[in-house]
Design a protein around this ligand. Structure first.
Ligand SMILES: NC(=O)C1=CN([C@@H]2O[C@H](COP(=O)(O)OP(=O)(O)OC[C@H]3O[C@@H](n4cnc5c(N)ncnc54)[C@H](O)[C@@H]3O)[C@@H](O)[C@H]2O)C=CC1
Ligand SMILES: O=C(CO)COP(=O)(O)O
Length: 391
């Protein structure tokens, strides 16, 4: 049930992470009328948000809404909280959450917005959070094509909120949904998480190709094949067949590989120009340029794909560049030298469509034929009934 604006102000949301995405999502929710507190690590950032309505470290040019405040005190941030929005990089989430373990209520929806796979445990956030908290946690996952700065600037955007319980997805979606940000819901937690994590790996590849000076043909080639590869791995991991053709799959893949503001693509571009990964990461850390989740996710995704026996040549190529096993040119050559084959993209999508139909009809009959099916069944039952009465 949608809340009225005055009731919304009584709903307190705590945002974990005062980085780019935490600041943007906090602003979206505060503009929507919710009372939002960002839990910061740095006193100076919290003080600036509270007094100047600006985050000096991230999106510093943007004025923040009045209902958005900040604190460095976890007890204060989590007191009376109705929702938690987590915008801390996946690799840093365990260290971030451990000290908060006893302050996070198990029944308060924890909305993860982090996109990646843990480099050692190969966990997504749906697995990492309950492990770190040492108990089950009500969770939801926000993902889709949403550059933080564009959300901040109220550029019309859309995303998906996934939760196992549709009612949780709906109530979490309500925090963000407004005339400039459309949120859709789904129960496909795995699909939404895997899509968000893998697109970062492909964005690294897209940036690398751009940095090498290659053209739009190559970019379109990459995105199309990435789409097939991502779909196969997601399906093997248990995703629903239609998720990868939605906002959290193709949508985010297109934005991050083709759009100009991706951090992952920016890292890839510098590698493509010949800079070493270590030097790129060091300079980005110094300038607070933000995390590129694809760097840690690529080798983890490769291990997951091997576990599920899914061939992932693009992820393999990216991981080999990250691990220093190959240079960008060698990695590209290895992809181009793969044996030519059938364009199986169509088969994958066709397979997905069949599964989708099966998932809504146990007889495998598309919905448009359900009326014929019903009439046929009625006819059969009547005929059986007459035959039974006569014999
Ligand atoms: N920026 C964007 O446009 C989008 C980001 N995301 C996802 O949101 C998550 C957070 O991303 P951003 O806010 O952009 O990152 P960021 O680098 O701008 O901010 C990270 C935040 O995490 C906090 N943090 C806590 N412990 C940390 C540690 N050990 N190392 C690094 N940071 C630590 C930082 O203080 C900071 O507040 C990532 O998983 C990213 O993929 C998702 C969609 C869009
Ligand atoms: O996830 C994002 C947009 O949906 C942001 O991508 P980057 O982390 O590559 O900037």
């Amino acid at each position: 049930m949608p809340r009225t604006p005055s009731k919304r102000a009584n709903v307190k949301v705590c945002v974990f992470g005062s980085g780019t995405f935490g600041t943007a999502l906090g602003s979206v929710m505060a503009r929507n009328g919710f009372t939002v507190t960002i839990l910061c690590r740095c006193e100076e950032v919290a003080s600036s948000i509270n007094t100047q309505h600006k985050n000096p470290s991230h999106l510093s040019e943007c004025k923040l809404p009045p209902l958005l405040s900040a604190t460095t005190c976890p007890q204060e941030a989590l007191k009376g909280v109705a929702f938690i929005v987590h915008s801390v990089p996946v690799q840093a989430s365990e260290d971030f959450l451990k000290p908060l373990k006893d302050l996070i209520p198990a029944d308060v929806p924890f909305i993860s917005t982090s996109k990646g796979i843990h480099s050692e445990t190969l966990e997504t956030m749906a697995e990492l959070v309950p492990r770190v908290l040492q108990r089950p946690q009500v969770m939801a996952f926000l993902s889709g094509p949403t550059f933080a700065k564009e959300l901040m600037d109220e550029i019309p955007s859309a995303a998906v909120v996934a939760a196992e319980d549709p009612a949780v997805a709906e109530s979490c979606s309500d925090l963000f949904h407004c005339t400039v940000f459309k949120t859709y819901t789904t129960t496909d937690v795995i699909g939404v998480e895997v899509g968000g994590a893998l697109k970062n790996v492909y964005a690294l590849a897209a940036g690398t190709l751009e940095g090498m000076g290659l053209g739009f043909n190559t970019a379109a080639f990459l995105v199309t094949r990435a789409c097939v590869e991502m779909n196969m791995l997601a399906l093997a991991m248990g995703a629903q067949p239609h998720t990868m053709v939605g906002l959290a799959g193709i949508g985010d893949l297109m934005l991050t590989c083709l759009g100009g503001a991706s951090r992952n693509k920016a890292v890839g571009a510098r590698i493509g120009q010949g800079e070493s990964l270590a030097s790129v990461l060091q300079s980005r850390q110094q300038s607070l340029a933000g995390v590129a989740e694809g760097v840690a996710t690529a080798p983890a995704a490769l291990r997951l794909a091997r576990r599920h026996k899914v061939p992932v040549p693009i992820i393999d190529a990216v991981a080999s560049v990250i691990d220093g096993v190959a240079g960008p040119r060698e990695a590209l050559l290895s992809l181009m030298q793969r044996p030519k084959g059938e364009d199986f993209a169509a088969h994958v999508l066709h397979g997905a469509e069949k599964q989708l139909v099966r998932s809504v009809s146990p007889l495998g009959v598309p919905p448009k034929y359900w009326a014929f099916l019903a009439v046929g069944q009625a006819f059969l039952i009547t005929a059986l009934f007459i035959w039974f009465r006569r014999s």
